[in-house]
Design a binder for this molecule. Structure first.
Ligand SMILES: [Zn+2]
Length: 187
């Protein structure tokens, strides 16, 4: 990080000229907008277990392994206690949605990871649950946010045009995933 700062300073001072091509491309990367290198946080509250997490999951250009472990635990299948790796891109999606919603509140989690057992149970019980849900791959999450209208949260997710977005007004949550872009309305 110190070296990066130095590179940045070097550029700012007009010392960028004459850099080798490799160093030059690194220096160019440093010229990226500040947002690209700012730490990213994820703030979760699992409504089933009561567990909460507020963690920087991406810092200095990479995902933070310890934070991902904590995320996986909080988003585990609360019925079976199975822990599964959540796809970090899902956290990026949440991060972007959070920014767009503009509220400093945690995501309230209705469903994160679902084991095959749990998904089969829910699929049998409800026509709204796919036989192979992306929840089983750690690529989907069902959330709401305290004090934020569901429509607002829904629109923020849709506007990103990343993955699938399902609106469940009666159950009061938005499903977001990092599968292909699609949208639907449930109950
Ligand atoms: Zn879902």
């Amino acid at each position: 990080m110190k070296r990066r700062e130095l590179l940045k300073l070097g550029l700012a001072a007009g010392l960028g000229a004459g850099l080798s091509p490799i160093l030059g491309s690194k220096a160019l990367a440093q010229a990226a907008p500040a947002a690209a290198i700012e730490p990213r946080r994820v703030v979760l509250h699992n409504l089933h277990t009561g567990e909460a997490l507020d963690a920087v999951y991406w810092d200095q250009g990479r995902y933070v392994p310890d934070a991902l472990v904590s995320v996986n635990k909080v988003l585990r299948d609360y019925r079976t206690n199975d822990v599964h790796a959540m796809d970090p891109r899902l956290l990026d999606l949440l991060h972007e949605v959070h920014g767009r919603v503009g509220a400093d509140k945690p995501f309230q989690v209705i469903s994160g990871y679902r084991s095959p057992h749990t998904n089969a149970l829910l699929h049998a019980r409800s026509g709204q649950v796919a036989a192979h849900s992306l929840h089983m791959d750690g690529m989907a999450i069902d959330v709401r946010m305290e004090g934020v209208a569901l429509d607002h949260l829904h629109k923020a997710a849709l506007d990103l045009k990343v993955g699938g977005v399902g609106l469940y007004p009666t159950s009061d949550f938005v499903h977001m995933d990092i599968g292909r872009v699609r949208r639907w309305a449930g109950a």
